[in-house]
Design a protein around this ligand. Structure first.
Ligand code: ASP
Length: 439
């Protein structure tokens, strides 16, 4: 068995955290490839090293003195090195970084040094081989990740290392310039490494014990999801539930490698398994609930809409022409509603309305704002009678008016529209009926 283990910034924010991580890795000899993030926050008011690097480099870009900021970054690493009692000096590395900052190597290069330096420390601490991500992870000139070239080079390189540390978050263009993924991108690196070494598991270590059934800001101490499929995860992540970078599932998904989300501060917790498919039923019929506020519903009416071929296309064209993506399109016999993000739509509202009039000639258009969408997601719903009934009974009992219902054809989710004001109460009502009453 081979495991790839990725540790997030909070897991590597200090020497104490490094020691926990070292113990986790040494506890299982199958944990042979390690992907570290940059040191994150040690306490809530702290600053992540990645953000310190962006700030420091912004000064360099403006030809301002950045020595104080670079020194503060250096101290973060020195504190870790001293705490681990390592005989490691980053003097040369910092000389190179200072020089490259002065030569304006770019903010991607600057940000990537967070993971790069942490990777050097991690490799020294574990006595693993350090593999610079710039030599094995590639981007095309268009800025897109080059999956093919990366897999070829990375798998060959790691085939020669029984144990290695590959820093997360960055790679390089073919001319050697460093490029980073978007924020939180070390998750993607972990997934890419797992694919390259054909790992049995990709363990993603963070500071929570897995995906939660609902948002802890709304539900106190929500249950942890034990097993979730990639498709369910996509649905929940889309609706705002985040633990893992969205793009991290694609490389491992192709290879059927499961992801196990784990907690560095509670390593005995089993965490959440993210898998391709499973016969394991969710404990509560539903797997998770997530949602977002801030939607608008554009209601379009036209008599005999049902028999007018192309009506829907014309309406959606008005949104497309204004660069607005739509979220859901529930429809009736003579009505059609388009749900859009309010902040995206607001400035272009009148243009879109005019476009719909011009293209589709409706009888009336009416706009409703301040709506929220809630996704109730669960692979178990397909085979369980009465799920929708329970959801809506719970909402009715909580005095919540349902504005929209959309059950995806996959029967994987039910999307419910309510007002922004009813959002939290609706999530509580659904959580209570499925989870609390089952406990
Ligand atoms: N350090 C980077 C960030 O803060 C990448 C990561 O941690 O995944 O976004």
């Amino acid at each position: 068995m081979k495991k790839v283990v990725k540790f997030g910034g909070s897991s590597l924010a200090s020497a104490e955290q490094f020691i926990k991580v070292g113990k986790i890795i040494k506890a299982d000899k199958e944990r042979c490839y390690v992907v570290p993030s940059a040191p994150g926050k040690r306490f809530s008011a702290d600053t992540k090293v990645t953000d310190m690097l962006y700030g420091c480099y912004a000064l360099a870009e403006e030809d301002k003195d950045f020595s104080g900021e670079l020194k503060a970054i250096r101290e973060r690493y020195q504190e870790i090195i001293d705490g681990l009692k390592l005989k490691l000096s980053l003097d040369e590395e910092f000389k190179v970084i200072e020089k490259n900052f002065k030569e304006k190597a770019g903010d991607n290069y600057a940000a990537s040094r967070g993971e790069y330096l942490n990777g050097i420390i991690m490799a020294a601490y574990l006595n693993y081989t350090f593999v610079d991500a710039a030599e094995v992870i590639f981007f095309k000139d268009t800025g897109e990740f080059d999956a093919e070239k990366t897999n070829e080079v990375l798998s060959e390189r790691l085939a020669g290392c029984a144990n290695a540390v590959v820093p997360g978050f960055y790679g390089s263009f073919s001319d050697g310039r460093v490029k980073t993924f978007s924020r939180g991108g070390s998750d993607i690196t972990g997934s890419i490494v797992a694919k390259a070494v054909k790992a049995d598991v990709y363990e993603n270590w963070t500071d929570v014990s897995g995906f939660l059934v609902a948002d802890p800001r709304i539900i106190e101490n929500p249950a942890v999801i034990e097993v979730i499929t990639y498709r369910e995860l996509r649905e929940l992540a889309y609706m705002g539930a985040t633990v893992l970078h969205e793009d991290a599932i694609f490389p491992v998904r192709q290879q059927g490698i499961p992801i196990n989300i784990r907690n560095t501060n509670a390593p005995e917790d089993k965490g959440t398994w993210i898998v391709g498919s499973t016969c394991q039923k969710s404990r509560y019929v539903l797997t998770g609930i997530a949602g977002k506020k801030g939607f608008c519903a554009v209601n379009i009416e036209k008599d005999m809409m049902n028999s007018e071929i192309g009506f829907g296309r014309k309406v959606l064209q008005a949104f497309e022409e204004n660069g607005i993506s739509f979220e859901h399109v529930p429809s009736g016999i003579d009505t059609m509603t388009v749900f859009v993000h309010q902040d995206e739509f607001m400035n272009k509202e009148q243009k879109v309305v005019a476009g719909i009039h011009r293209l589709a000639d409706p009888d009336s258009i009416d706009i409703e704002s301040d709506l929220a969408l809630i996704a109730v997601v669960g692979r178990g719903m397909k085979s369980t009678r009465g799920t929708a009934g329970r959801v809506f009974a719970a909402l009715a009992h909580a005095n919540i008016n349902v504005k929209m219902i959309d059950q995806g054809s996959s029967e994987l989710n039910i999307i419910i529209g309510v007002t922004n004001d009813d959002f939290e109460a609706a999530i509580k009502a659904i959580y209570d009926i499925f989870v609390v009453t089952q406990l």
